[in-house]
Design a protein around this ligand. Structure first.
Ligand code: GAL
Length: 424
């Protein structure tokens, strides 16, 4: 692998040299620096990113950090857009789903196919993810992990105190939240930001209607599914969850909601497995201090979002660093070490689960099983089901409903359909 990279870099250097010779300009040396835009600013996220920084430092690459805080990456995507428009793209950017395809289609991504082919990435990465890393057979992004949104994270001591057991259905979940309420603990730790509410709604929809319904509504955008009684019921179920938050949930960052579960102030958070990165950072142990279950009623399905690094079309003197980043990211040992810390599971299917805790082992097994069964589906909230304009419309409607601006589930489904149609 290393040998190949050396060859590849030599090739890139030769190309640069040829360019310099014909243009008569001075020979530009490789810039030994990776400039990376990301939104990994919480404790768990920063710890995971450190694994990558250290790997690259070992290879002599400096790290130029471009952090843009804001869970879910909305603010980061605005900064990225401005950088690319100014002709000043980062070496790579954390990116989700359809955002990457937009940059690829606009010709803004570089081409790392040679490395991908040499290392056979297509054999270890699920086809569902390759839809987002490649365009017209060309690799322009690398997947660093697989997260999934349909999880619940529970403080074990609180669970024992209230005599709770694993909820298997949505109604069980509500009964469990009632128990916590009766015991005087905050039942549901929620960050009331549009992306967080929408992320939770992904799970509620899959739980209410089943995964085939989720696909029909969010992947196929089937009108009858979007406006069905099942979708209305999903909104009604979402409204039920509102009764279990604390009064200060509006605007709260996701990691502060996770902290409420970590310190026993709240029983449960519904959140993607980046929440586990926060438990890790707080030195909490899966199965001992906290419990992870699939969102009740979604067992067998994985609603994924994978963090990719989009490789921008950078100048020749920055390409060696970009290839080093891609190579490091795709190495099996890195995919294990990084994801153990991050809370996610490897994007590569050939990485052993040995170093993962019980939640990570379950996550890895779930991805494989769901992928084989056709139940590995993209998150609507996280830009893996539909392009950003439609995902944004979804965030708007869900949040308006959750905060009472849209009053009924009848209105919610009408507004959802109208907003999606307008965004198409
Ligand atoms: C997601 C991302 C995760 C995590 C989370 C909160 O969109 O995929 O890696 O960072 O946002 O910031």
């Amino acid at each position: 692998m290393i040998q190949f990279r050396t060859m590849l870099l030599a090739g890139v250097a030769a190309m640069s040299l040829a360019g310099a010779a014909t243009s008569g300009s001075a020979w530009a040396e490789d810039i030994k620096e990776v400039q990376m835009l990301h939104w990994w600013t919480s404790g768990g996220e920063a710890a995971a990113l450190n694994v990558l920084k250290q790997d690259l430092a070992k290879e002599g690459y400096a790290w130029k950090d471009v952090p843009v805080a804001g869970g879910g990456g909305e603010a980061a995507m605005t900064t990225l857009k401005a950088m690319v428009a100014a002709g000043n793209p980062p070496t790579a950017s954390q990116i989700l789903g359809y955002f990457a395809l937009d940059y690829a289609e606009a010709g803004k991504l570089g081409d790392i196919t040679e490395l991908a082919t040499k290392q056979g990435w297509d054999k270890s990465i699920p086809a569902a993810l390759q839809k987002f890393t490649t365009t017209d057979g060309k690799w322009g992004a690398v997947p660093v992990n697989i997260h999934s949104v349909n999880w619940v994270w529970i403080n074990k001591a609180v669970m024992e105190k209230i005599g709770g057991t694993e909820p298997k259905t949505f109604d069980d979940f509500v009964a469990l939240l009632d128990k916590a309420k009766a015991a005087g603990v905050v039942p549901l730790a929620l960050g009331g930001q549009p992306w967080q509410e929408a992320t939770m709604f992904d799970s509620v929809v899959a739980s209410t209607g089943g995964i085939d319904f989720y696909k029909k509504a969010f992947i196929d955008l089937d009108e009858s599914a979007l406006t069905s009684d099942t979708m209305k019921k999903a909104f009604d179920n979402l409204a039920k969850l509102r009764d279990y938050t604390d009064p200060n949930y509006a605007g709260r960052d996701w990691n502060l909601a996770t902290a409420m579960v970590i310190n026993g102030e709240a029983l449960v958070q519904v959140m993607g497995d980046w929440a586990k990165g926060e438990f890790n950072a707080a030195k909490k142990v899966a199965g001992t201090d906290f419990l992870c279950y699939r969102f009740p009623g979604t067992d067998g399905a994985v609603i994924y979002n994978t963090d990719m690094f989009a490789m921008f079309d950078v100048s020749a003197d920055r390409k060696a660093a970009q290839l080093a980043l891609a190579d490091a990211t795709m190495s099996p040992s890195f995919q294990s070490a990084f994801n153990v810390v991050k809370g996610s599971v490897p994007a590569r299917m050939d990485v052993p689960d040995t170093d993962f805790d019980i939640c990570g082992k379950k996550g890895i097994a779930d991805v494989k099983a769901a992928n084989a069964a056709g139940n590995f589906v993209g998150s609507m909230a996280q830009n893996y089901a539909q392009p950003p304009a439609i995902a944004g419309a979804y965030h708007d409607v869900v949040t308006k409903f959750f905060h009472g601006e849209i009053k009924s589930s009848d209105d919610a489904v009408k507004e959802l359909l109208a907003a999606i149609d307008a965004a198409k």
